[in-house]
Design a protein around this ligand. Structure first.
Ligand SMILES: [Zn+2]
Length: 258
């Protein structure tokens, strides 16, 4: 009984198989906020370049509709980014960042999703860095949000819970599609799935993933990340993962409808 209700609810939330899949693509930082700066690379510029390449690939595919949170070097707060995704009623939120660490040996691509499990210390530290823009803002109370579940009835609470589970499951599914694509390329940088309370992936109501495309603090990776071909390859890999994710979502919503 419980299962069939779940299936029904999941199918109600899944987007119809033929409708274009709306992705909000979020190049992190921008404007006054340059993000991490290492080896003459500014994170804000790098992630915008990769996001634009990904936008081009998605733009050629009529199964996708893309909204960029920023198309140029401009300041945009984290709450504004979330608001854009909510107003667009997007199916998926993908945020692009570049990593930096004091240890120059730190390397690799990292895919983050939001879970209810406690995050490890490094991931929490990174999330804290990326959330700085919000923490500096006066409206800090917006982060804690406030749980309204207690005010709602049991059914509403169950629906909320299922929605949250569905969202987490879908986000994890995309991170898995990403690691599969990376795993198929032996020249690719190592890829890891992690979870941490980044503001943008915690506050969006749709499935959301934050991708740290590499460590600009690692001299070797910094060099690769500056190469146009490598940037193109990164965008292509993310695009391939998005196609694979969408196919899986379409298949599972078709199953739920039957
Ligand atoms: Zn960042």
């Amino acid at each position: 009984m419980k299962q069939s209700i779940t299936a029904l609810m999941l199918s109600a939330w899944a987007s119809p198989a033929l409708a274009a899949f709306h992705i909000v693509l979020d190049p992190g930082h921008g404007g006054n906020d340059k993000g991490a700066v290492y080896n003459s690379i500014r994170e804000a510029d790098l992630v915008l370049t990769v996001a634009q390449k990904l936008q081009t690939l998605l733009g050629k595919d009529n199964e996708f509709v893309v909204t960029m949170t920023r198309e140029k070097d401009r300041s945009i707060s984290l709450p504004e980014r979330v608001k854009m995704a909510e107003e667009a009623n997007a199916d998926l939120y993908v945020s692009l960042h570049a990593n930096a660490a004091l240890d120059q040996r730190a390397k690799g691509v990292e895919f983050f999703f939001q879970n209810n499990m406690p995050a490890d210390e490094d991931a929490l530290y990174l999330a804290n860095q990326e959330n700085q823009a919000v923490q500096n803002a006066r409206d800090i109370h917006a982060i804690s949000g406030g749980d309204e579940l207690s005010k709602k009835g049991d059914i509403a609470a169950i629906v909320e819970d299922l929605k949250r589970q569905n969202r987490m499951f879908s986000s994890l599914r995309l991170t898995k599609a990403l690691t599969t694509i990376w795993g198929n390329d032996e020249n690719a940088m190592q890829a890891t799935i992690k979870q941490a309370p980044f503001y943008v992936i915690s506050k969006t109501s749709m499935p959301a993933v934050l991708i740290e495309i590499g460590f600009i603090s690692n001299p070797r990776e910094a060099k690769r990340l500056q190469q146009k071909d490598y940037q193109k390859d990164l965008a292509q890999k993310i695009y391939n993962a998005l196609v694979s994710y969408k196919e899986k979502m379409d298949n599972s919503s078709a199953k739920n409808l039957n």
